[in-house]
Structures are given as structure tokens and as C-alpha cells.
Ligand binder design. Structure first.
Ligand code: 6GU
Length: 235
């Protein structure tokens, strides 16, 4: 998979060199390019935004640098581009969308400020590429960079060969749709820590009993914290 990111803050993407995503890059499973939008400006101040037509607070990103940037990126690979636009006005990002994006050969992240990119850029892209506007949730970030990092991590860990033990992915994929529950609490050694004991059932070696206990804890948590995940689920 090839990933490109266009941003006015390329430094935000330094962490891509770390951890699991960094290893995926080093092993060639994913190829990443981070590009400074200002490289496609032509004025002495490298202007990327301007005041909104119709008035209002904040600034809107100008279309011309975006048009040039995306034209330039198109030439870097033959794979068809999916443009991912992080925006609080987007479709809620979830595991199903992460699997969808992981199945594509080329993602281009267009990171704008939260007031957004001139709508004509998105419309122009929709005529030429697949476009997915994604939101991480109902809160506002200053720009798309942190959201793009989150989406990239969620997607790259699904690529074949990235996760050492694919069983952990299997468990997740079984927990799609109405089967989705929050994870049960986990414990490791020591068996007693600051007078707190690990639940006895987990030390029993009785795998059926352990599975039952975990499902009950997961159900309890989900009912308490995310009842929306249980809607329409009769179990
Ligand atoms: Cl994807 N972008 C911005 N700017 N803010 C957000 C978001 C995305 N998701 C939640 N808040």
C-alpha cells in the first residue's frame, strides 16, 4: 500500500517512523510520502488560506495549492487514489471503514484546517477519484493531522504481515456488527499487587469458565459505557 499525506505541518507525521507503522514502512509493506502543501504555493508568503466568501470566523484553505498538490501526487504511482479528508463533518471512522481502507492500494490524506478546504477541491476530487471524508468523533481538532495519524495507524495494522500474531485481528473481526462488545479487563503477574487480587477464575485454568467470565465482564462494560453498541442485540 502507498500512503501520501498533504499538510502544512509535515512535522506532525514524524511518529510514523516509530513502532508498528515504522516497521511496516521499513519492511516495505507500506510506502509513505509526507508533503508540504506550501511546496505548491507561488507567492512569497506561501499562502494556503483566505477569508471565507459570505463572511464568518476562521479561514478556508485556498483551492489552487490543493489542485496542484493532488495533480503532482497522481503521477507518483499508477495505483488509483482514494482521497481521505479528515473533517469533523465527515463519516464517523470505525473498524469497518478501517478494513475498507486497508483493502485499497493507495490512500492520499488531505489534511486541512478544521474550517476546511474550499469545497470545489472536494467536488473536483469526487469527479476524478474516490473521496472519503472521515471524522474521528463529535469533537473539534484544529486540523486533520492528528486524525490522519489515527486513521493511518488503524489501517496499517490491518495489512497482512504487520501484526505479529494475526489471532488478535481475528478476535476483532469476530466482534463486528451486533457482536461488537468492549473488551473485558485484562490482568498479568503478579497475582497480588498492592493487596489487589487478580480475579480467581483467571487462575483456575478452566477455559470455558474464563470465556464465560470475560463475556459477562465485556457485556457489563458495554451496557454501562456504550449501550448504543447493544441496540437491536437480544443476547
Ligand atoms: Cl477528522 N478533523 C478535525 N479537524 N476535527 C475532528 C476530526 C477530524 N474528528 C473529530 N474532530
Amino acid at each position: 500500500m502507498r500512503l501520501d499525506v498533504v499538510t502544512i505541518f509535515p512535522d506532525y507525521f514524524a511518529p510514523l517512523g516509530l513502532s508498528l507503522v515504522g516497521k511496516a514502512i521499513a519492511s516495505g509493506i507500506v510506502e509513505v510520502g509526507v508533503h508540504d502543501l506550501r511546496d505548491w504555493t507561488h507567492d512569497r508568503h506561501h499562502t494556503t488560506d483566505d477569508t471565507p466568501y459570505g463572511g464568518g470566523a476562521g479561514m478556508v484553505m485556498k483551492p489552487e495549492p490543493w489542485g496542484e498538490a493532488l495533480d503532482a501526487l497522481e503521477g507518483l504511482s499508477d495505483a488509483p487514489m482514494t482521497i481521505v479528508v479528515p473533517t469533523p463533518a465527515g463519516r464517523p471512522f470505525d473498524q469497518a471503514l478501517a478494513y475498507d481502507l486497508a483493502g485499497r492500494s493507495r490512500l492520499v490524506f488531505a489534511c486541512g484546517r478544521y474550517e476546511g478546504i474550499d469545497q470545489r477541491v472536494i467536488d473536483h476530487c469526487r469527479d476524478r477519484y474516490e473521496v472519503v471524508e472521515v471524522s474521528l468523533g463529535d469533537y473539534v481538532l484544529n486540523g486533520g493531522e492528528v486524525a490522519a495519524l489515527a486513521v493511518i495507524e488503524a489501517v496499517v495494522r490491518l495489512l497482512p504481515g504487520v501484526i505479529g500474531n494475526p489471532d488478535s485481528l481475528l478476535e476483532e473481526s469476530h466482534s463486528e456488527g451486533n457482536e461488537q462488545l468492549l473488551e473485558y479487563p485484562n490482568y498479568t503477574k503478579p497475582a497480588v499487587w498492592r493487596e489487589r487480587e487478580v480475579p480467581e477464575v483467571l487462575l483456575s485454568g478452566n477455559h470455558a469458565l474464563i470465556a464465560k467470565w470475560r463475556r459477562e465482564r465485556a457485556m457489563e462494560r458495554t451496557r454501562e459505557r456504550r449501550p448504543d453498541l447493544l441496540e437491536g442485540d437480544i443476547s
